[in-house]
Design a protein around this ligand. Structure first.
Ligand code: CUK
Ligand code: CUA
Length: 638
């Protein structure tokens, strides 16, 4: 408690800096030193990296160019997006189904990429839904969310998605511990007895398919962040966890009493052995699995009903706790796989653990008792060393290819570069302001590309033209190719950015999908040419098989629709050229637009409530005659 107070006191001058609006030295450094040229990508030229950024409470993922900071695309993931019809078209609605029904929003914090041999391979990106626990896989060919899997026995999927070095698993730890099993109606104050945390190991198939292989049942704590082991530590996972006090209210007095919380080390290869040996317990639970089908251009939603749970308090050699100073947040493994960096938000040092020492401590049973039946490894026995006085409020760490680490400091608002082996601080640079995550291209893999570190900030304050009470969220790019980090660009982001990842453009750009072949379109309501355009009535359902091509719809005048009918506009875009989507909207429809990619079919459902003649039109400027791309629907009395 005392230590915490001192830290707070230290933090006050730094915080005061923000509230007085005084600019720290170097705030306009980029322009002054001409560093902006390093972020300059000439018009018509491509960026070197794709930068995928979490959209925080927007629930989406956005894609930027690095180093230009130019926004290329917002990929709708967990939230509806009327601009793209995501969650509005009949084809995409199933993607947002959960065991609780249709959920139109979530909170996406972390990004990860598929890997082969510990290197980014460019196939897929993954994101987490923090609120209604889910994980998503994005197909990097189409920049579209291809799969969403709900996680049962989880409450707040913050600690996710983290990928093993050959994409064997996507791993997800629950943020909130909750009662697990049949009896959910227990007093909140019975946290210690009844609340459990879980970690889900989701297998990733050859085609990317997500499937819960097993879950680990753990004592009630909050899992925060995690990284897979790599190289020598492949087969292990490391999670930060806080609230080892097991308090059910996280006021400082409760949850930050302890001098140390934990890092949880998980031997998942061992867990696999137990699973094979039939030591798992099957549990009946309901969770959604939603998958996009490229052939029918439609998502399928199913409810799955079973998971297998392993209990590491009984199966002794899967899990180990390692003490870690004060409210660990980030937990990162370096490119060699030997060092594990813990970042206590309220700690004054950065502890670095050694995988070799952890193994030895386990072999020699250097334990300080147990926590919920899981051994607690002695701190010193696992420790490689501590970085002394690095800054205030360490959060997250990324790495370059030269043995250096870059840690974000929320409270002192800076990035600190330090040497992993020697634990020596090498450089520090201010961020504007209060950085959360940071990201080096490949900086969480065995092969970091270095070059840049991007800061994702929590407070924007005076960096942009005022826009009312809230300013844009913001990121900053620093050149790290020299000894000194240099700020080269500020750029705004969508939603609150948490983690982000970057990969060389060469991994994706030539594989990027340009069109869908109309001959291969197996949508049940496709019209492969204007000759197939038609209106079919089935009871009170009206199916309009519609085509769109520059610059008309067929049919474009529709009659015979009655008030209260369910009208389905199945619009097929006949175009076979890159970047020629057509849009579709109906006046007054309680829905969004459709944006239909070349060769694809999308469906808008409309139940007209009033007699009238309703205009329809294409929303996406597609040719000189785009404005002529229109029509009418006549609605007659029922
Ligand atoms: S958290 Cu946002 S700053 Cu959700 Cu990864 Cu650390
Ligand atoms: Cu089609 Cu505008």
């Amino acid at each position: 408690m005392k230590r915490f107070k001192t830290l707070l006191l230290l933090a006050i001058p730094v915080l005061a800096l923000y509230t007085t609006g005084c600019k720290p030295k170097g705030a306009s450094g980029a322009a002054a030193t001409g560093n902006a040229a390093k972020a300059y990508v000439a018009p018509g030229k491509y960026d070197e990296f794709y930068n995928f950024v979490s959209g925080g409470f927007s629930g989406q993922m956005s894609v930027y160019g690095l180093p230009s900071g130019r926004l290329f695309r917002v990929i709708p993931v967990f939230s509806v997006d009327p601009e793209k019809g995501w969650g509005y078209s009949e084809e995409t609605k199933p993607m947002l189904m959960t065991s609780n029904g249709f959920v139109p929003w979530d909170d996406l914090h972390h990004i990860s990429f598929s890997q082969t041999n510990g290197e980014i391979d460019g196939r897929w990106s993954f994101g987490n839904a923090n609120n209604t626990p889910r994980v998503a896989r994005i197909d990097n060919k189409t920049f579209r969310t291809a799969e969403i899997l709900e996680l049962p026995n989880s409450a707040g999927n913050h600690s996710s998605p983290f990928i093993t070095e050959n994409s064997e698993y996507l791993v997800a730890g629950t943020r909130f511990s909750v009662p697990v099993g049949d009896n959910q109606d227990v007093p909140i104050a019975s946290y210690k007895q009844n609340f459990k945390g879980t970690i889900s190991f989701v297998s990733i198939g050859k085609e990317g398919d997500l499937d819960i292989a097993f879950q680990l049942l753990l004592p009630g704590v909050n899992f925060d962040l995690s990284r897979a082991g790599k190289g020598p530590s492949h087969g292990w996972f490391f999670f930060s966890c806080y609230n080892s006090e097991q308090a059910n209210t996280l006021l400082e007095v409760n949850a930050s009493q302890r001098d140390k919380d934990f890092i949880l080390a998980v031997n998942w290869k061992k867990a696999e052995e137990y699973l094979k040996a039939g030591k798992g317990v099957k549990q009946q639970v309901r969770y959604a699995h939603n998958k996009w089908d490229e052939k029918t251009h439609t998502a399928k939603h199913e409810i799955r009903t079973e998971v297998t749970v392993l209990d590491p308090a009984i199966l002794k050699d899967i899990c180990y706790f390692i003490p870690c100073p004060k409210s660990p947040h980030g937990c990162d493994t370096d490119p060699t796989g030997e060092y594990i960096v813990g970042s206590g938000k309220l700690a004054a040092v950065i502890p670095v653990f050694s995988f070799t020492k952890i193994q030895k401590a386990i072999a020699d049973k250097k334990y300080d008792g147990d926590f919920g039946g899981i051994p607690v490894i002695n701190y010193e026995a696992a420790l490689h060393g501590e970085v002394q006085k690095p800054g205030l409020g360490p959060l997250h760490t990324e790495f370059d290819a030269n043995g250096n680490a870059y840690t974000s400091f929320f409270v002192s608002s800076e990035i600190v570069k330090w040497n992993v082996k020697e634990l020596k601080v090498l450089d520090r640079v201010p961020t504007y302001y209060s950085i959360g995550h940071l990201s080096v291209p490949g900086g969480d893999t065995r092969k970091p590309f270095g070059k840049y570190v991007v800061a994702y900030n929590k407070i924007t304050k005076d960096r942009y033209l005022p826009t009312g009470p809230e300013l844009t969220q913001s990121a900053q790019i620093y050149d790290i190719s020299g000894d000194k980090m240099e700020l080269i660009l500020d750029f705004p982001t969508i939603g609150e950015p948490h983690y982000a990842g970057s990969m060389p453009a060469s991994l994706i750009k030539d594989k990027s999908q340009k069109i869908y072949k109309i001959d291969e379109n197996n949508h049940p309501y496709v019209a492969k040419g204007e000759k197939e355009a038609k209106v079919v009535r089935e009871g009170n359902k009206v199916h309009v098989y519609m085509t769109s091509i520059r610059s008309h719809f067929a049919p474009d005048n529709i009659e015979g629709v009655k008030v209260g009918d369910e009208v389905y506009f199945h619009v097929t875009n006949l175009e076979q050229d890159w970047d020629v989507p057509h849009g579709f909207a109906v006046k007054g429809a309680l829905n969004a637009e459709l944006l239909i990619m070349p060769g694809e079919t999308s469906t808008l459902k409309w139940v007209p409530e009033k007699v009238g003649v309703y205009p329809i039109y294409c929303t996406d400027f597609c040719s000189a005659l785009h404005q002529e791309m229109q029509g009418y629907v006549r609605v007659s009395p029922a």
